[in-house]
Design a protein around this ligand. Structure first.
Ligand code: SF4
Length: 376
């Protein structure tokens, strides 16, 4: 039993082009009148015919988001622990073939970064490493989590895929969430972009499920927009999130929409996603999955992030650096990719308040730390 066997294979040979091209405005209107969407409805909202209904989709998406999440936006910051990587993903600066001075934080430097981030008020952190079991073993990640738990209510990971038992160890160490972008759901396209251990498509695809079984509280999935045709990729991303929601009812499932950004090596996406298409994906996700979180990162520009805020967004990164050690030393190591929104945590907070949203820094506290606070 897996997403690939249970769901993906049902659509692996589906005639996407034929279906998408056959959808009419009447089909879109019919979907918009429904309360619960099936996969075919969702695909209809990703079709060219739905591009003429973005306003109607936006109104419905806004209403559904208010109903399920209220006017709150959760804030988080990424923390890069190490840029050592053995893979050669064409689109990433950390690609093992790129020549630059690699860095890995010592535990003292992790503490220094944690203090710099915590000083902004941030309580939710996402830690990232390149894929190198030699440089970034699970034991190292665990040690870093031990330090970060002193400063943050929630520590999530976006690291290479692990075995279920390893996820269990990290959960026991205090990790409560996982983000795992599949990058590309189409296995043929996936094989073109990935060299090294990451070329194991199925091991990566099953990682969110392994992490849920290991006890993660939150899990996020996504496709890297730009690598393959967005309609098919968005469809499988949504089906993956729906599958996880169905199977792990107590796990908070979210979707991210990372668009490719400039990186070392000058990779140019074959399938760039423009702003209008990005909005269509966001709206279709919200309408298909009313209860799923939707994360928008600093890959997007300030003006664009401000505009799409009411369309279904529930979580944003803020004050981000994609450099190892970039909070205490902003001009140090090479960034994984260039960010688009350089605003500080304070600026994002002010923006949210101005737009009538409540910025939330902490939506979760582990019982042991809550107990300590209550009894102190
Ligand atoms: S995307 Fe991840 S695995 Fe690929 S080169 Fe970058 S850090 Fe390594």
């Amino acid at each position: 039993m897996s997403f690939y066997n249970d769901v993906y294979q049902q659509y692996a040979e589906f005639d996407f082009a034929g279906f998408l091209g056959s959808r009419t405005p009447a089909d879109v209107r019919e979907v918009l009148a429904k309360e619960h969407l099936q996969p075919a409805d969702y695909l209809t909202l990703l079709a060219p015919a739905a591009a003429g209904f973005l306003e109607e989709m936006a109104q419905k998406a806004h209403t559904l988001t208010l109903k399920n999440f209220g006017r709150v936006i959760f804030l988080f910051t990424p923390l890069y622990l190490s840029d050592f990587c053995v893979n050669r993903c064409a689109y990433c600066s950390f690609n093992a073939g790129n020549k630059f001075a690699r860095t890995k934080l010592t535990l003292e430097q992790v503490e220094e970064e944690a203090r710099a981030i915590a000083a902004t008020g941030m309580r939710d952190i996402l830690i990232l490493t390149g894929e190198s079991r030699q440089h970034n073993p699970v034991a190292y990640i665990k040690d870093c989590v031990g330090i970060l738990k002193k400063h943050f209510a929630s520590v999530c990971i976006e690291v290479y895929p692990l075995d279920e038992e390893e996820y269990r160890e990290l959960v026991a160490a205090g990790v409560d969430g996982l983000t795992m972008f599949q990058e590309v759901y189409d296995p043929r396209v996936y094989a073109r972009y990935h060299r090294g251990p990451k070329s194991n498509y199925h091991y990566r695809l099953d990682a969110p499920e392994r992490s849920c079984r290991a006890g993660m509280r939150t899990v996020g999935v996504g496709a890297l927009l730009g690598l393959a045709g967005w309609r098919r990729e968005a469809f499988f991303t949504g089906l993956h999130a729906a599958y996880l929601q169905r199977k792990f009812w107590d796990v908070q499932v979210s979707i991210s929409l990372p668009r490719l950004r400039p990186s070392i090596g000058g990779f140019q996406p074959e399938h760039p996603v423009d702003d209008k298409s990005f909005v269509q994906i966001l709206l279709a996700h919200r309408l298909f999955l009313p209860r799923a979180g939707i994360t928008i990162s600093t890959r997007e520009s300030p003006a664009f992030r401000d505009n799409i805020l009411p369309l279904g967004v529930t979580k944003m990164s803020a004050g981000s650096s994609t450099r190892v050690g970039g909070y205490a030393h902003p001009d140090g190591a090479a960034p994984q990719f260039e960010i688009s929104d350089p605003r500080s945590v304070m600026e994002i907070q002010q923006l949210l308040l101005k737009k009538g949203y409540q910025p939330v820094f902490e939506d979760w506290q582990q019982w042991d730390s809550l107990e300590k606070q209550l009894c102190s």
